[in-house]
Design a protein around this ligand. Structure first.
Ligand SMILES: [Zn+2]
Length: 179
C-alpha cells in the first residue's frame, strides 16, 4: 500500500467524517465496527480523562483527526493480522505467542509488548510511557487473548511465515484440500 503523508497545514479540520483520509493522503483503510471491541485499559492518571479513547475505534478517529496516517496504518495492519488469525483459528505454526496486548500511541503498534505478555514496552519502537493495555472483548462478552503473528509489522520473521505458507500450499491442492 502506498501512503503519502499530508504535510500542508490546513485549518479546515471540521470534517468529522471518520475515515476520510486527509487530502493528499493516498490511503484507504477499512476500520470496521470490530475495532470497538478492542478496549483500552486506562492507567491511573488517565482515569479522569473524559477524552481518553475507549477503544481502538476511538484511537483510529484520533489518529485520523491528527493526520497521523502512519500510525493508523500500523494499527490497522496489526489488528487486521490478528483478526485473520482469529478467523482462521491459530494453528501454532504461524503464531508466536499469546497474551496481553498493548497499543502504542507513539507508533500505532498493537501487539504483545516486548518480551512477551508482561510489561508496557512497545515491541516496535520501544516506547514505554505512551502505551496502554488493550483487551479484546467480543460482543457476547468473551475476552480473547491477543495472538501474535510470526509476521511482525516490521517484516521480521517473515521467512518463517512464508515458509509455513509455502508448505501449506504444497500440501493442498487448488481447492484447499489435503492431497
Ligand atoms: Zn511503538
Amino acid at each position: 500500500m502506498k501512503e503519502e503523508e499530508e504535510t500542508t497545514n490546513d485549518n479546515d479540520r471540521n470534517n468529522d467524517s471518520l475515515f476520510t483520509p486527509p487530502e493528499g493522503a493516498n490511503v484507504q483503510l477499512e476500520i470496521d465496527r470490530q475495532y470497538s471491541n478492542f478496549k483500552l485499559i486506562r492507567k491511573e492518571d488517565e482515569l479522569d480523562d473524559e477524552n481518553f479513547p475507549k477503544s481502538l475505534h476511538n484511537v483510529a478517529e484520533l489518529f485520523v483527526r491528527l493526520q497521523m496516517i502512519d500510525h493508523v496504518s500500523q494499527m490497522h495492519k496489526c489488528v487486521e493480522t490478528f483478526k485473520k488469525i482469529l478467523e482462521n483459528g491459530p494453528d501454532g505454526k504461524q503464531t508466536n505467542g499469546l497474551g496481553q496486548a498493548i497499543l502504542c500511541f507513539n507508533c500505532g503498534y498493537v501487539g504483545l509488548p516486548k518480551g512477551g505478555d508482561i510489561g508496557m514496552e512497545c515491541s516496535s519502537c520501544r516506547e514505554e510511557e505512551q502505551t496502554n493495555k488493550i483487551i479484546v472483548k467480543q460482543p457476547d462478552g468473551t475476552i480473547v487473548p491477543w495472538i501474535e503473528s510470526k509476521i511482525a509489522p516490521d517484516g521480521k520473521g517473515k521467512n518463517d511465515a512464508q515458509e509455513a505458507l509455502e508448505k501449506k500450499l504444497e500440501e493442498e491442492d487448488d481447492d484447499g484440500r489435503k492431497k
